[in-house]
Design a protein around this ligand. Structure first.
Ligand code: CTP
Length: 422
């Protein structure tokens, strides 16, 4: 798994309470650690009935703490009670995640009860808290639990889930734990929310468009949407509020982004013009079709003996439409385009930068095996308004996204320090 810049060396206290979903929290502990986080696990006594501390120690490479009076290796700490020794943990933490969070632990946290190491740390810490409720058989919908959730939210505690689905008892309902990858997304959202793009609104486009010839055939392209989705995640990591307008792709929505699904270039055009009304930045990574069939046959085209030449007409150029709209508003914003080129990459990209009135263009050589469409990596050159080209080494699409967002932060700071959404 790739490291996540936002999580690098961040101290995460992972509070584990007693529920069958503990087995999935092992995956979460592993993901957080692999992402670069420093993960300290604190288990309640009930949690240790499901998984031993040793499991978490192996996954995080750090001691797992169980009760207030004993360390995980079983040695008595009478000389210095661990609830005092571990107050250091509470103070060092950047985030406390409680997963799974049982109804019982939520009730204690709402009431301010500190009767075990985890609840003591929760009271002692001033870092943000993310709860991942998990409970069976209607316990979540019980008025007592609901009231506790309201109290905790009012106090600024973040709550992820629970999700709807099958629970350990076999019952269907609301109470399943959010999946580890989604918990990771919530962790990023909480850690990033005061980042350099806080209160900025960013519209990202991603993926291909499809231009239908008849009800079952279309002109498309092999864009996977990965680069656009990576941009959306990188913007969220910096605290932005993100609208992700995407063509068809199975990629999961980064947690916190608002996803708008479109199919054709015209639909993307309409969705973008609507979304940018209140936005500070547009990152146009979608592979938009330049042509569409003039007409769409109402029923499936039957094959004949001769060839078939569908007549194509132009689709709207979205970036050009945005440039006109934003020029009319008179408000300086940041527009980033992508240039998919197969020859004279930098020269062609410079021309697009000027004609489409962009602040930055990300030039992409789509003939390279390891870059461009439908691969994990990308090899790009960033070109700003002054024409200067910055060639990035071969990197992941996340790496490209982070480099682009770094430039966006700089451009916004030069333009208007306040943000439109304030
Ligand atoms: N783009 C757009 N609207 C279109 C086509 C492209 O806004 N109808 C955007 C893309 O999302 C990208 C940039 O324009 O950010 C450049 O796209 P690209 O396909 O490289 O260039 P085109 O303008 O389509 O020019 P050409 O295909 O001739 O290279």
């Amino acid at each position: 798994m790739e490291t996540i810049s936002l999580l690098h060396n961040r101290r995460i206290l992972l509070g584990v309470t007693g529920g069958i979903a503990v087995y999935k929290v092992c995956t979460l502990a592993s993901r957080l650690t692999q992402a670069g986080g420093v993960v300290d696990v604190v288990m309640t006594e009930a949690a240790t009935r499901f998984v031993t501390p040793l499991t978490f120690e192996a996954l995080t490479g750090r001691p797992a703490y169980t009760d207030m009076w004993r360390t995980s290796d079983g040695s008595d700490t009478a000389a210095l009670p661990t609830h005092i020794a571990h107050i250091g943990l509470a103070h060092a933490a950047d985030l406390l995640v409680v997963a799974p969070a049982t109804a019982n632990t939520m009730a204690k946290l709402a009431a301010g009860i500190a009767d075990n190491l985890l609840t003591t740390l929760a009271l002692a810490t001033s870092c943000p808290i993310l709860l991942v409720p998990t409970m069976d058989a209607g316990m979540w919908s019980h008025p007592a639990t609901q009231a506790n959730a309201v109290t905790l939210r009012e106090r600024g505690v973040h709550i992820a889930g629970p999700a709807q689905g099958r629970m350990a008892s076999g019952l269907e309902g609301e109470g399943r734990m959010v999946e580890p990858d989604d918990i990771l997304g919530h962790v990023r959202l909480v850690l990033g929310r005061e980042g350099p793009l806080a209160r900025r609104r960013i519209v990202v486009t991603a993926g291909p468009t499809r231009e239908f010839i008849d009800p079952v055939r279309f002109l498309g392209n092999p864009s996977s949407g990965r680069q656009g989705f990576a941009l959306a995640q990188a913007a969220l990591d910096l605290g932005a509020s993100v609208t992700l307008i995407t063509g068809p792709t199975p990629l999961p929505t980064p947690i916190g982004a608002t996803r708008v699904e479109i199919t054709t270039a015209q639909e993307m055009h309409n969705a973008v013009l609507l979304a940018i009304e209140k936005a500070d930045v547009l990152l146009m990574a979608a592979a938009v079709a330049d042509y569409r069939p003039e007409t769409i046959a109402p029923s499936k085209i039957k094959k004949g003996d001769k060839g078939l030449i569908p007549r194509l007409v132009r689709t709207p150029d979205i970036l050009s439409a945005v440039a006109i709209r934003w020029a009319e508003s008179g408000f300086p914003r940041v527009v980033v385009g992508f240039a998919a080129e197969s020859e004279d990459v930098v020269e062609n990209a410079r021309t697009k930068l000027t004609t489409k009135n962009l602040d930055l263009i990300v030039a992409n050589d789509i003939t390279a095996q390891d870059a461009g469409f439908a691969v994990e990596t990308n090899r790009v050159t960033l070109i700003g308004r002054n024409g200067q080209a910055e060639e990035l080494p071969l990197t992941s699409k996340t790496g490209v996204a982070e480099a682009v967002l770094k430039r966006v932060v700089e451009l916004l700071a030069q333009r208007h320090p306040g943000g439109t959404s304030e």
